[in-house]
Design a protein around this ligand. Sequence first.
Ligand SMILES: [Zn+2]
Length: 212
Amino acid sequence: MVTLKIEGLEEKELPKQLEIDTKKDGSVPFWYKHEEFIYDKDGTLELDFDNTYLHKETEPFDFKNPQMDPVNLAASLVKFMRSKMGYGLAANQVGIPLSVFVLEGEPAYAVFNPKVTYLSEDDQILLEEGCLSYPGLSLKLKRPRYVRARFQDPYGDFVTRRFQDITARVFQHEYDHLLGVDYTMKVSKLKRDMAFKKWRKKYGRTGLSLPL
Ligand SMILES: [Zn+2]
């Protein structure tokens, strides 16, 4: 049993569902079975390499009439992200078309319905990025060093926060996911074609669908 610390949950009593059993292979049993949302047939969260929702804008999470239990969703995403050694994970990467992502940290952040309110356009950094949806594909790109955003925590309470450096980088990458944009779309066609060529050479045919 693992207890997850999630931003915004500390002051409140931790619901029992936050303790998640992990299967032997490290996969997390999916707590909510809904045919439309579930990607993996045996009921575990799995990366959706069919990219069903990866290039579509996600739906807002509705706290008044929740599509899923938000606390469990946040906990499942954090657990899954950690099982894949990721720094961030957007719900639409695992076949859930909702405006939710998680960020690694102590504690991890669960970000619902984010709106970016400030980007340091005049202070950008060049960094290599990877993505769980494109295992092994790294791309160097420039993004603002600071980001400020307003979002909701897993209880629907509004949070305004400023992130910087690596966390700001991951925040922007995940935020793009929710808009249906991935990092391969943020570089020139030439740079993208070269990166994919190198990637295919290195990893061979992966069975992944490429947005080319
Ligand atoms: Zn990604």
